[in-house]
Structure formats: structure tokens, C-alpha cells
Design a protein. Structure first.
Length: 254
């Protein structure tokens, strides 16, 4: 039966739902996209325990080869796209769903625990006070993209927190330390007094894994902090904090 399934794997092995595993087992073709996010322990080898017909695909395949995926559906195959976290949060997969639906194929979405929701929960900050999220990317040709700074500044001025995703390029995950250094460089360019040494950040490391850690650090502390291996994520809190948010951050301080 032709059906396109988008399956969220959650952040780690222990967070994969039974339903996700059931669906992976039933798929004719399994495409494991590894560019959206990374896990500390979900690997191609691990996923082969549930279905041996797995193909690891990159951004180019998913975003620029929609016709190839539709051809798989034309052959009456069930096609599953696996994503670390949630398949529809911070991804472009909605375009695939729309294309498949417009061609008359069935589509199913199986949510997973996303790093977005996870870090909001672990930060203990008010979920109602998060603004637009943004990704800090590696410089291209030594040019720093200051979009993250502008997004943080806009959120900050409105009393909103900002989630900062960190770049994942050719299987190299940006570290929190690299991201903070880039923020400091952005400050030199934008010069609005936003990224200061005493500004507090919340950093999540290896979320969903047994050795996960969430800490609140001043920027000057974070530059010298020994972080765990990636993946990392950062929350840039506003300074307009509810008193309980202040207490929550104190609980995370090192």
C-alpha cells in the first residue's frame, strides 16, 4: 500500500516510542535522514534491528529529490522517513507531505520527543515566554551570519527567551563553546550590548541520554566550562524574568 510515513525517533534509544518501532518494522523503504539533528546513541546500526532495508540520506536527497520519493510511492511501496526528534519540528518535511497528498497518496505523521520541547521543560522557564527559535551556523567563507543575534535581540526586547539550535554540518556538530564564541563575534559586529560576559545562558548537553546535563552559566564561565560531547543546545533567557524563573535558573547554576 502506498503511504508516506514521517516518523520521529525522539532524542535517544530510551525515548523511541513503541509505535515508532512498530511502524519502522512495517515499512518497505526506510530513509534515515541524519542532517536535521543528531542523537547520542540512535545510529543506523541500531535502527537495523527493526528493519534491515534502511538507507541513510542527506539534505539534498530529501529536499531536492521529491520525485524519487514519489516514484517509490508509485511502486505501491510504504516509504518511511526517520528523523531524530520530531519529524515536523525545525524541518522542511511539510513540503513532502503536501506533494504526496496532492498526488493522492496517504500520509501519516508519528511525532517524537523533540529537543525543542525537551529543553523548554528542562530549563524550567515559562513555556509561554519563548519567542522565535534560530540556528547558529558555521561561518561561510569567514563571513559570520548575524541572523541569530538579530532574532535574540528582537525576542529579548519583547521579554522572550530564545532557543538556539547549533549547526550540524557534514556530521560535525557545533559545540556550545563554538556557538558562544560566534555570539561574541556577532556582538562586535552588531554592537548593541546584548551578548555580555555576565549574561546567563542555559546549555543542554546530550539531552535524552543517560549522561545528559543542563546547566546555567554566565558567558564568561561557559567559555571555560568542560562540556560533554555534542549534541548541545542553548537557551538565551530574557532579563524580564518571573520570580519563579529566577529561582529555576538558580537551580541550574554551577
Amino acid at each position: 500500500m502506498s503511504v508516506l510515513k514521517l516518523i520521529g525517533l525522539g532524542l535517544s534509544k530510551k525515548l523511541i516510542t513503541e509505535k515508532a518501532i512498530e511502524e519502522i518494522k512495517s515499512c518497505d523503504i526506510v530513509l534515515f535522514e541524519t542532517y536535521t539533528s543528531m542523537s547520542c546513541d540512535i545510529t543506523e546500526e541500531f535502527l537495523r534491528n527493526f528493519n534491515d532495508n534502511i538507507q541513510v540520506v542527506d539534505r539534498n536527497f530529501i529536499e531536492n529529490n521529491t520525485k524519487e520519493i514519489l516514484k517509490m510511492l508509485e511502486r505501491k511501496k510504504s516509504v518511511c522517513i526517520l528523523t531524530i526528534g520530531d519529524p515536523m519540528i525545525a524541518t522542511t518535511h511539510v513540503s513532502l507531505v503536501v506533494e504526496a497528498k496532492n498526488k493522492g497518496y496517504s500520509t501519516l505523521i508519528f511525532p517524537g520527543i523533540s529537543v525543542h520541547c525537551y529543553i523548554i521543560s528542562k530549563s524550567m522557564l515559562s513555556s509561554y515566554k519563548f519567542g522565535k527559535s534560530v540556528t547558529i551556523v558555521y561561518p561561510i567563507d569567514n563571513k559570520i551570519d548575524t541572523t541569530p543575534y538579530k532574532v535574540i535581540y528582537e525576542n529579548f526586547s519583547r521579554g522572550l527567551h530564545t532557543i538556539l539550535y547549533l549547526d550540524l554540518k557534514e556530521n560535525k556538530a557545533m559545540t556550545a563553546n563554538e556557538a558562544i564564541k560566534l555570539l561574541l563575534e556577532m556582538e562586535k559586529i552588531e554592537n548593541k550590548g546584548l551578548v555580555k560576559s555576565d549574561r546567563i545562558l542555559i546549555i543542554g548537553q546530550r539531552l535524552g541520554c543517560e549522561d545528559e546535563e543542563v546547566v546555567a552559566l554566565r558567558i564568561d564561565q561557559a567559555l571555560n566550562y568542560k562540556f560533554k560531547d555534542p549534541p548541545h543546545i542553548i537557551v538565551f533567557p530574557t532579563d524580564k524574568l518571573h520570580f519563579m524563573e529566577v529561582e529555576a535558573i538558580k537551580c541550574l547554576m554551577k
